[in-house]
Design a protein around this ligand. Structure first.
Ligand SMILES: Cc1ncc(COP(=O)(O)O)c(C=O)c1O
Length: 410
């Protein structure tokens, strides 16, 4: 790649947030794992939709509606290709990863789980991949089985394999990359072992899809989910990919317009997939803009993204490790995008508040992963999360502010 800093500077110029003259001019944004900033072409795609071809989709026989439908369905194709699916009907637009997991937990879990069954998750999960399974467990008497981790967030692979082969696990729902620690879970061997046992597998790729290519066909899982807003797209739009066979077998999650073939007071027949899972008017502009975000990622390319990610992560980790009293969690090799740390002397909220006065945005607390924080025995961490638009100056400012914070607050 050409000079990495030159490439970051080009990428950064695609994001108007960083050249704004508004209230948040000159802020250092290090909270991309919570939500990413948006490139011009995504913002423009949404704007253009509303300005030029806003109409409801699927039912209109006039040209504007046909254009809106075509744009919405093109986004489905773009996302299908991005995930390596062979069939774009397997892409369901949802409100986000949370809704995608709830859909599978309720529709697949409600149909297939029963007393004595186990749902295998990890101790790294975001609440979005815990609570929906607890809700379906309450109805079905299935139980969660949690794969333990070590102090650096690495999974106990032996425990996982034993559980998979133990005969009780009916469903395995794993995070691909932890939002709290940036630890990447080696999902491939676990999926393979689970499929040999006929276990249903869902992967939560919310933090993975921005960092490395994902191919659901090669992975061999049954369902894969992510949120649009973490990958430079709008909020309120997300993706559930699931195998055609799964989507055809399970009941719809919500009822309403567009998901039916015919309705009678005596009974209703449902539409084919994907419409069966898209009740009501969807976030049309959001889907179109997400398609544009995916094109943007394709254009930057995962080779460049990996090089930038590696540099950013290395520099941020080096800063944290060089400051006395800060403890970073994780062992670098399998981490991406997130540097999470804490201090025995200073509360994470005090550190984050100090950084905020220097116009540096980081996230603090349990990061919607309370069971993980309990396992690590800490109230929370300070999380620096990195996007491909963060530059050397951002991290220099982080270093300066963190050093002052530790001196001032210790
Ligand atoms: C790993 C992971 N899973 C699920 C979610 C939920 O995403 P959303 O709130 O966009 O539905 C997040 C969001 O932080 C996440 O990081």
């Amino acid at each position: 790649m050409e000079d990495i800093h030159q490439r970051i500077s080009e990428i950064r110029s695609d994001f108007p947030f960083f050249s704004q003259e508004g209230k948040f001019k000159d802020w250092v944004y290090l909270d991309t794992a919570a939500t990413s900033q948006k490139p011009n072409r995504v913002i423009n795609a949404e704007l253009e939709f509303y300005q030029q071809f806003n109409a409801n989709i699927h039912r209109g026989l006039y040209e504007i509606s046909e254009a809106a439908t075509a744009a919405y369905e093109k986004a489905r194709e773009q996302i299908s290709e991005f995930l390596g699916s062979q069939d774009s009907d397997e892409i369901i637009f949802t409100r986000g990863a949370t809704e995608s997991i709830n859909l599978i937990a309720q529709s697949w879990g409600g149909l297939n789980l029963q007393e004595g069954d186990e749902i295998l998750v990890t101790n790294l999960e975001h609440h979005a991949n815990i609570v929906p399974w607890q809700m379906v467990s309450a109805k079905t008497d299935a139980q969660l089985n949690v794969i333990p981790i070590d102090d650096q967030g690495n999974l106990d692979m032996q425990y996982a394999m034993d559980a998979i082969r133990g005969g009780k696990v009916k469903c395995m729902a794993l995070v691909h990359v932890s939002n709290a620690l940036g630890v990447t879970v080696e999902v491939a061997p676990l999926i393979q072992a689970a499929k040999e046992q006929g276990i249903f597998v869902l992967i939560d790729g919310s933090q993975a899809v921005t960092h490395f290519p994902v191919n659901v066909t090669k992975l061999g899982c049954d369902a894969y989910v992510f949120s649009g807003h973490k990958i430079f797209g709008p909020t309120g739009i997300g993706i559930l990919w699931a195998k055609r066979k799964v989507l055809e077998e399970i009941p719809p999650y919500q009822g309403g317009g567009d998901m039916i073939r015919s309705v009678d007071f005596e009974g209703t027949t449902y539409a084919e997939i994907p419409a069966k899972f898209e009740a009501g008017t969807p976030h049309i502009a959001g889907a179109v803009a997400l398609g544009e975000a995916i094109e943007y990622v394709n254009e930057v390319g995962f080779d460049a993204i990996a090089t930038i990610d590696q540099w950013l992560f290395g520099r941020a980790a080096e800063i944290v490790e060089s400051i006395d009293g800060l403890k970073r969690i994780g062992n670098t090799l399998d981490q991406v995008g997130v540097v999470s740390f804490y201090s025995d002397q200073i509360h994470p909220s005090d550190l984050a508040t100090f950084l905020s006065t220097d116009k540096i945005a980081v996230r603090t607390g349990h990061h919607c992963a309370e069971p993980l924080m309990k396992r690590l025995g800490i109230p929370g961490t300070v999380r620096v999360s990195l996007g491909i638009y963060n530059n050397a100056e951002d991290l220099d400012r982080l270093e300066k502010s963190l050093r002052s914070a530790v001196t001032f607050l210790s």
